[in-house]
Write a protein that binds this ligand. Structure first.
Ligand code: NAD
Length: 348
């Protein structure tokens, strides 16, 4: 019979509650209680039938707790994770795992010392739009891919909470960058040669409210990663360019893929505009291209926790690895350095 794992939530805000709801649908795992420094969130926990702990120490002293979930603001992750590991608990930590490389390295060191599981919730590896793009590339549907653009755009600025404040680990590089960069590095495994980035401060002076980073891989592929919070018209979530075709993939996996069928028909009919004539930009005619359906993918975010439990019981290897998370952190610091100094940074 499979062991029943008990998880305690530290920080029962928006995301902590997402975990509570998701875990309700996972076999062999249950939430045994939570702790939040806000009384209103303790009250919320009790109203949902959860036991509340009076402090982090109380959580860690409970022998029933197998796994501690840390879903507090980013600046608290390091101390909570280190303390929980040292208390002999396995730890799931929300992204971004820390606020800088040095903190993350320390957390990994303590995890290695204690032999306990420390895993970061890089949940967007299970996003179906991302998995669709991965499949397009694996299937070589567009021929040799030379550029991938990954964007998320909103128009509300940074939410009016701790995400606006530097001391809490705010800003969009840490908040959304960590997801998009993680996806890109999982998809394109080669080394990154150069990084060039700019950040925006449209609605916030102290932390970045958006950024654009161009990563040039050793293979020659260029990846553009962009987060915007002042975009009233969104660009596509994914724009993928191959030698033989182009794909657009949106949230929810809607999109298009257009591929060439006849390279020989090179002569385009020029198009005229009021001020001139162009052959280069003339649209292709239907007889030289075809539209392909996007590949179908299916994912289940509950597999994140199934992998956590299988790893603890020695049946599997953890999917989100320390070296992968650390590489993304080093890249985020390179992005910040490139933007600050207005230069292209050599990366690996
Ligand atoms: P939130 O502000 O809604 O919730 C944070 C909670 O932590 C609050 O209730 C706060 O009172 C509590 N808290 C603060 N310090 C604490 C401490 N020392 N001990 C116990 N509780 C404490 O924030 P959120 O949006 O839920 O974000 C929490 C974490 O989850 C962040 O790291 C964020 O980046 C991450 N997050 C991840 C995703 C994802 O898709 N993986 C999505 C949203 C947020």
């Amino acid at each position: 019979m499979n062991k029943e794992y008990k998880l305690a939530i530290v920080g029962l805000g928006g995301m902590g509650n997402w975990h509570r709801e998701t875990i309700e649908r996972i076999e062999n795992l249950s939430v045994c209680g939570s702790f939040d420094i806000k009384e209103s969130r303790q009250e919320f926990a009790r109203s949902h039938g959860l036991r509340t702990y009076g402090s982090l120490d109380e959580v860690l002293a409970d022998p029933e707790v197998d796994i501690v979930l840390c879903s507090t603001p980013n600046d608290c992750h390091h101390d909570i994770v280190v303390k929980a590991l040292r208390a002999g608990k396995n730890v799931v930590c929300e992204k971004p795992a820390a606020v800088c490389v040095a903190e993350l390295e320390d957390m990994i060191r303590v995890a290695n010392e204690t032999g306990k599981l420390f895993v970061v919730h890089q949940n967007r590896r299970w996003d179906e739009d991302y998995l669709t793009v991965r499949k397009i590339i694996e299937n070589k549907s567009l021929g040799e891919v030379f550029r991938i653009e990954s964007r998320v755009h909103g128009s509300r600025g940074i939410p009016g909470d701790w995400r606006q404040e530097k001391e809490h680990g705010g800003g969009m590089i840490l908040d959304w960058g960590v997801h998009l960069l993680d996806q890109m590095l999982m998809m394109l495994p080669g080394k990154i040669r150069k990084v060039y980035a700019t950040v925006s401060h449209v609605t916030n002076e102290v932390v970045d409210d958006g950024f654009t980073a161009e990563l040039t891989f050793d293979s020659g592929i260029v990846a553009l990663v962009e987060v915007g919070t002042s975009n009233f018209i969104n660009l596509p979530r994914w724009y993928v360019l191959g030698r033989d075709g182009t794909a657009v993939v949106e949230w929810g996996c809607k999109g298009r893929m257009v591929c060439v069928t006849d390279w020989s028909a090179k002569d385009a009919v020029p198009i005229r505009t009021a001020a001139g004539l162009t052959k280069t930009m003339a649209p292709r005619t239907d007889d030289t291209i075809r539209e392909l359906p996007l590949p179908e993918v299916h994912s289940d975010i509950r597999d994140f926790y199934r992998n956590v439990m299988d790893t603890i019981s020695g049946k599997a290897e953890i999917k989100v690895k320390h070296c992968e998370v650390l590489r993304v952190f080093k890249l985020m610091e390179a992005i910040a350095a490139s933007a600050e100094n207005g230069v292209c940074v050599n990366f690996e």
